[in-house]
Unconditional design. Structure first.
Length: 146
């Protein structure tokens, strides 16, 4: 190892994590205007095309544990963005659905996502090019976690 290199240079995950942080920061002004966090933004987008989803499925899609997701969903419920309802068949299962306010916010999030992509065509072309490999690596890395 040369004097100018750092152990961080050998970490495959560092540039991916750094890219994620930069992209989130670029979207932060929009999220602040809507008074939502990035994890809430993701939940809204996951729920938008669905009538309702179990908490476990939301966690699977977002690669989040239930103990991380539950307080997030409770805050979203308090803020009037989602409804949480226990399953009548199995009380351990909680379904989450968007409220009218949550659906409106989710549609704004989707429009923002589209606008962001259109404003940065070269960036998103590069992201689309690496997406299949990132998806494959994510699947491999999380295989034994969830």
């Amino acid at each position: 190892m040369s004097d100018s290199s750092s152990p961080i240079d050998d970490l495959c995950c560092f540039p991916i994590a750094a890219l994620a942080r930069v992209l989130i920061r670029r979207q932060q002004p929009f999220l602040d205007a809507l008074s939502i966090t990035y994890p809430q933004y993701l939940v809204l987008l996951v729920l938008l095309p669905e009538d309702k989803l179990p908490v476990r499925e939301i966690g699977r899609r977002l690669v989040l544990n239930t103990n991380t997701l539950t307080p997030l969903l409770k805050r979203m419920e308090v803020n009037g963005l989602v409804n949480r309802q226990r399953s009548q068949q199995d009380e351990r299962v909680i379904y989450v659905s968007l409220t009218d306010r949550g659906e409106s916010l989710a549609r704004q999030c989707k429009a923002m996502q589209q606008s962001f992509q259109e404003s940065e065509p070269e960036l998103f072309k590069a992201l689309q090019a690496i997406r299949p490999n990132v998806d494959k690596a994510l699947e491999e890395a999380s295989r034994h976690l969830l």
